[in-house]
Design a binder for this molecule. Structure first.
Ligand code: HEC
Ligand code: HEC
Ligand code: HEC
Ligand code: HEC
Ligand code: HEC
Length: 176
């Protein structure tokens, strides 16, 4: 009897732990899906990367400014005046174009305002987009892949780039 009891307690604790882990895990994965759960146009990265496009073809500012930027409707129309014109979402894009309106894309990754991040030095140093954003080229809906918190920034600065790390520990490099 006593033996059974001793076993029961840890098992119940384990069960409680597992349920908690699943709930917490679910909460965080739900959170990290964030704003990308819907977009005004059903745009798929996978379709366009499979068709042979490079990241910088649409996010050309990433190599020369803080912000990577999202392509203009004009860029889309350059192809979609003729490609897949019978697709409902392509017709939506055409509608934005005809109305002279930008597509109101929902932001997926967003740092708090007190953080300074610039794409330029990162992209110039040769880091692939995928190192920070995951395999966007395999996604239909762009999702945030990393928990982009301070520890994450510091880990990479420290581990992968010891030579440049010291000045990157200065709080004011990232907080201005
Ligand atoms: C044909 C143009 C096009 C190409 C090529 C493209 N993107 Fe995008 N990207 C977009 C558009 C449009 C959005 C906004 C809609 C969305 O979030 O899916 C976007 C959004 C994103 C976002 C989310 C931005 C945010 O709000 O945080 C990331 C990250 C991203 N792209 C990375 C990439 C990477 C990495 C590649 C190469 C593997 C790539 N993109 C190639 C058009 C493109
Ligand atoms: C360089 C040419 C090119 C550009 C620029 C381009 N597309 Fe496409 N797009 C394609 C091709 C190719 C396909 C695949 C067509 C097919 O499968 O029939 C496609 C497919 C699509 C589809 C159809 C849905 C799907 O999943 O197949 C949508 C919607 C779409 N693109 C939206 C956009 C948006 C929004 C932009 C601008 C941010 C954009 N495209 C920029 C070439 C382009
Ligand atoms: C060192 C990590 C890192 C690399 C490498 C990186 N990004 Fe980002 N990206 C971020 C962070 C962090 C944010 C959120 C920035 C913010 O909110 O100020 C972001 C935001 C974005 C956004 C939305 C906001 C914006 O700047 O327009 C797009 C689009 C994007 N990245 C595309 C790309 C593409 C394309 C590449 C490769 C050419 C790339 N990123 C490389 C970390 C990175
Ligand atoms: C995957 C690796 C990686 C991640 C993640 C990363 N960085 Fe960096 N970061 C670098 C490298 C490499 C450099 C050095 C570029 C150079 O100057 O050669 C750098 C440089 C910088 C600089 C200095 C730019 C300059 O002008 O000297 C700032 C600011 C910065 N990172 C901020 C951030 C922030 C904020 C985050 C998190 C949101 C972040 N980084 C995440 C690799 C990374
Ligand atoms: C490489 C970039 C980087 C450096 C260097 C850096 N931080 Fe941060 N810090 C961030 C990012 C990104 C965030 C926002 C994400 C988060 O809350 O973790 C942040 C958030 C914070 C926050 C708010 C935490 C919260 O929970 O809201 C404080 C406080 C802070 N940093 C203090 C510091 C101090 C003090 C230093 C110097 C010892 C420092 N940081 C150096 C990138 C950096």
């Amino acid at each position: 009897m006593a033996q059974v009891k001793r076993r029961k307690v840890p098992f119940i604790l384990l069960a409680v732990f597992l349920v908690t882990a699943v709930l917490v895990g679910g909460y965080y994965s739900q959170q990290s899906a964030g704003a990308s759960e819907s977009q005004p146009v059903d745009y798929s990265h996978k379709v366009h990367i499979d068709a042979g496009m490079e990241c910088l073809y649409c996010h050309s500012n990433a190599g020369r400014s803080p912000v990577a930027g999202v392509p203009s409707v004009q860029k889309c129309i350059g192809c979609h005046q003729t490609i897949a014109t019978d697709n409902a979402d392509v017709q939506l894009v055409t509608e934005y174009w005809n109305n002279n309106e930008p597509i109101p894309w929902e932001r997926v990754n967003k740092q708090p305002d007190f953080v300074y991040f610039s794409h330029q030095p990162h992209v110039i140093s040769g880091l692939a987009c995928e190192e920070c954003h995951g395999d966007i080229g395999e996604m239909d809906l762009a999702a945030p892949m990393e928990k982009m918190d301070m520890g994450w920034c510091l880990d990479c600065h420290e581990q992968q780039h010891e030579d440049i790390a010291p000045h990157l520990w200065d709080c004011l490099v990232c907080h201005k």
